[in-house]
Design a protein around this ligand. Structure first.
Ligand code: C2E
Ligand code: CA
Length: 711
């Protein structure tokens, strides 16, 4: 039987200095396999994710300890559990203790890819941002580097790692209710093997499991196991001066070996602290240090920043391992080309999906433009890796430091390059050079971003509702949720902050917040709402395309016990058109779950009608641009008429947005629009006003009467 064993997962399993399998799981497995005379062949893997992949691809028959994880569970049978360890949260000792996982909403929690902890977060706490790593060491390192707030993992596994990294000072903050059990995981087709293992396990007592687990818990999996054994034997057997000499020699050698080992560990640690794990490039710390050195020495330098634009999408769809490999391949390609032309240049990884090229002594605009072009040309094209085929294209922003004209810090210089890059991305130009006028809008956006982040965390946003009506009967048929941000210095329009949230990635938190609060609102009002009332909630394009919308919609509707039939999800037309095929199937799954799907701002994008036919849409919302002049502009009337006809031929309902006058409402009805929303009926209003205006007894009664008269 081929057994996958993960190299650094003590006390459950690890590979020692002599490349032998060690730990609780291999020991137990050897024992039960001996009883049933099963021959084992261990296959070592660097990460749990790789071991799971090996089992999925049939390269191994079982895992020495198989986590409860959706990537593994469909392929295996689990043997009887033996011992359990709590799944716990660890954060830095000098940070506040975390007493509730929910308080981490909006923060990043580091987990091991494929671990039971990752699965628990996915299922129970979908609104927590998760970053996954190959092993516990890397996850802890991310917290130390400030890239994550906490690590969630098996408490014994994490504590054992921390014991061998004493410079890292963490506290165990919180335990999840259900522990993580050790279980052998056997590929589906080996049911007989599973029975044999279970039979072997049944011959041992719980006490035995606990004692052996405690033993492995007390070991240090980073030491070279087995090293003391021959020494002890030699002392016992001979006990002579010669042996003492041998021991002395041995000790000297082993001391030297240990010293060399610890030196290489130190060097490794140093390398790890200053280099990015997946690309091997200098990381943010080293980059900042290199820049500071230049600035302190008053030497001119230019900083070019470029992005790896589809990183999140790759990680989401293909997982951490392939994501890292793609990033590495991308970095390698650029590094080679740059070095050929500019041997003095250094490529470094800044953070998230940003790379930086440092070019000493160069300030000339034409040279910077030509290096930018080189980067863009190198990045443009296909990246092929296993099942991944990706068309990449990057943008470049650059800034320079001239000691004769200014004094800057490394962070400010990097900030300038970032502002230039953001400008290039926003305006869809390939290259942008930094100039001070960019800073002002950039600074305003940065402030807005950090204020918005706090506003979401502190629940300072509010939901307003804009009612929607049937044009014929004037019956209330639904409402759209629109977010409002009231601050001490006045209100900020969503038209201003939603785009900032979209650019900075904060929109996922915003959409999640709005959706959960919308479900709560529905739960509060549900008894008083008309039977066919639907609440419409907006999702931004990126939340949909990254596949989060489905998870958010399904989990929060379930959490607040809302029937999805009561909810309509609004996605703008242009976002619909951009959806990759995975996102389209995610929209389909939301539809299958019962949610209504509306195409928002219809008419402003360039949907092909053939394409529209294949979308699982229930409602078309015609953009208000078409209604504003409909009573004067005959061509707008024709356009709306055509849209209505097409929608009806596809069995979509039609709602016209932005109706402000009675004349517009009459025309829209004549043209065939069924439903409408706009200032003529009501501006967006607070929940209290909405309830008192539309859900009081008299209003509900007249609404019900209108419904019966329509039927
Ligand atoms: P939208 O989805 O097209 O929302 C309709 C916008 O039109 C709202 O502006 C609404 O107040 C406004 N409106 C409604 N009736 C009339 C009318 O008769 N005349 C005029 N002139 N305007 C009317 P608001 O609330 O400022 O929202 C602007 C945009 O911000 C929304 O456009 C939507 O794209 C975004 N947004 C608002 N709330 C959310 C949210 O909760 N999540 C997300 N992702 N986006 C949101
Ligand atoms: Ca909308």
């Amino acid at each position: 039987m081929d057994v996958a064993i993960v190299s650094q997962r003590g006390p459950l399993e690890y590979i020692d200095g002599q490349l032998n399998p060690q730990g609780y799981a291999p020991e137990l497995l050897s024992h039960v396999a001996n009883l049933s005379q099963i021959t084992l062949r261990y296959r070592p893997y660097d990460s749990l994710a790789d071991a799971i992949l090996a089992l999925q691809q049939g390269r191994v028959d079982m895992l020495a300890s198989g986590p409860q994880h959706r990537r593994l569970s469909p392929f295996v049978h689990y043997a009887r559990p033996t011992v359990g360890q709590p799944i716990a949260l660890f954060n830095l000792l000098d940070a506040p203790r975390i007493t509730q996982l929910e308080s981490l909403s909006g923060h990043v929690v580091a987990v091991v890819e494929g671990s039971a902890a990752q699965e628990r977060l996915f299922v129970q706490f979908p609104d927590i941002k998760v970053r996954s790593f190959s092993n516990v060491q890397q996850a802890l390192g991310a917290v130390v580097a400030g890239e994550a707030q906490a690590v969630l993992g098996g408490s014994d596994e994490v504590n054992q790692r921390l014991r061998s990294n004493l410079q890292w000072r963490f506290q165990q903050s919180l335990e999840l209710a259900e522990p993580e059990y050790h279980r052998f995981a056997v590929a589906d087709e080996h049911e007989i093997l599973l029975n044999l293992l279970n039979r072997g396990i049944a011959t041992l007592s719980d006490k035995h499991f606990e004692q052996r687990y405690d033993y492995w818990l007390s070991q240090n999996p980073t030491q070279e196991a087995g090293m003391n054994l021959p020494v002890t034997r030699i002392i016992m057997v001979i006990g002579s001066v010669m042996v003492l000499l041998v021991i002395w020699l041995f000790n000297r050698r082993s001391l030297r070996r240990q010293r060399a080992h610890s030196q290489s560990l130190e060097a490794q640690l140093e390398h790890w602290k200053t280099h990015d794990d997946s690309t091997g490039l200098p990381n943010r710390h080293m980059l900042t240090q290199m820049l500071e050195d230049h600035l302190v020495a008053a030497k001119p330098i230019s900083v070019l920043m470029f992005d790896f634009p589809r990183q999140e999408e790759i990680y989401e769809n293909f997982g951490q391992r392939l994501g890292e490999a793609a990033k590495e391949a991308y970095a390698k390609r650029v590094n080679m080309r740059i070095k050929q032309r500019y041997p003095d240049a250094t490529l470094a990884f800044w953070h998230h999906h940003y790379f930086v090229v440092l070019l000493p002594a160069v300030l000339e605009e034409d040279k910077l433009q030509s290096l930018s072009k080189l980067i863009i040309q190198t990045c443009r094209g296909w990246l092929r890796l296993e099942q991944l085929q990706l068309l990449t294209r990057c943008h470049v922003g650059y800034a320079s430091y001239n000691p004769q004209t200014e004094a800057l810090s490394a962070d400010v210089l990097l900030g300038h390059a970032y502002i230039a890059l953001s400008h290039a991305v926003k305006h869809e130009s390939s290259v942008c050079a930094y100039h001070s006028s960019l800073s002002q809008t950039g600074m305003m956006r940065l402030t807005l971003e950090s204020r918005l982040r706090k506003a979401i965390e502190n629940d300072e946003l509010t939901l307003y509702l804009q009612p929607q009506f049937c044009l014929d009967s004037r019956r209330l048929i639904g409402a759209e949720v629109l977010v409002r941000w009231f601050t001490a210095s006045g209100s900020i329009s969503p038209a201003e902050f939603v785009p900032v949230a979209e650019e900075t990635g904060l929109v996922l938190q915003l959409d999640r917040w709005v959706f959960e609060r919308s479900m709560q609102l529905l739960a509060r009002l549900s008894q008083r709402l008309p039977a066919d009332f639907k609440l419409s909630v907006n999702f931004s394009a990126s939340t949909v395309s990254l596949g989060h919308a489905e998870r958010i919609a399904i989990s929060y509707a379930k959490k607040w016990q809302i029937n999805p039939q009561r909810v309509c999800i609004e996605i703008t037309e242009s976002a619909m058109m951009e959806q990759p095929s995975e996102a389209k199937s995610s929209i389909q799954r939301m539809r299958n779950a019962g949610f209504g799907i509306a195409i928002d701002d219809f008419g402003t994008g360039y949907s092909s009608m053939a394409y529209l036919k294949h979308l699982p849409v229930t409602l078309l919302k015609i953009d208000r641009a078409f209604i504003s002049e409909i009573d004067e502009n005959i061509s707008d009337q024709h356009i709306v008429k055509a849209m209505v006809m097409i929608a009806k031929s596809m069995n979509y309902k039609v709602l016209i947005e932005g109706v402000e006058t009675q004349a517009q409402a009459n025309l829209a009805a004549v043209i065939g629009c069924e439903w409408a929303q706009g200032f003529l009926f009501s501006k967006p209003i607070s929940e209290r006003d909405f309830a008192s205006r539309y859900l009081n007894d008299a209003a509900l009664e007249s609404n019900a009467k209108r419904l019966t008269s329509v039927q």
